[in-house]
Design a protein around this ligand. Sequence first.
Ligand SMILES: [Zn+2]
Length: 257
Amino acid sequence: MKLTQIRNATLKVEYAGKTFLIDPMLSEKGGFPGFPGTLNSHVANPTVELPLPLSEILAVDAVIVTHTHQDHWDDTAKKVIPKDMLIFTQNSRDAWDIQMSWFRNTRALEERNEFEGITLIKTPGQHGRGEILEGLMGDILGNVCGLVFKHPLEKTLYIAGDTVWYEGVKQNLTQYKPDVIVLNSGDARVLPNEAIIMGQNDVRDVYHAAPAATIIASHMEAVNHATLSRKNLRAFLGEQGMTSRVLVPEDGESYNF
Ligand SMILES: [Zn+2]
């Protein structure tokens, strides 16, 4: 497999001969406002430009949207992705949402799916902890999913999605034993100061729970509410002796496994 970190949670996954675009946020820098109710909401998103030309990013067989928050599925993605592109969604509600933007080839993921010989498994995630999952903010954070890719000739890939470290991630690690794990690690926070994706301690917990896996830190330095920089994560990994199994790609960087 080949994984390319594009920007934020946007990844290109080349796996068993097929190419997937995950969570496309394709706007130019500053194309939409910061998220209300989050840290640094005065800063416009995305905070950096795309590292690759759109034509290269869009050369895929299918798109997978883990949830429809704007930093995973934005207006530019709706505009530039061909309307007949196959788009996998976490459920029929998101598929319906995406159909409302005139996409006509959506497929809501079941728990286990076959696509061109690849097994795609939808995994649970938890987009925050405690009280923020209740009430209005809970509705906004809503449902998210992660993904496991399996194929007899490929290593197993787990993209955890927008989740914090919790029992569900632990179970996914035990059940699927991934060789490669992508973690959304920018420690994005909603007000007053609550994490809604992984931060350095979550990365450490996954690292210890998956002692043979290589971890890739994604969803960094691209949206207003991210609080963990690549520099600080690398420093933490160095202090903790975790650098050999945790990779922190720059936007545009690729890895082969
Ligand atoms: Zn996100």
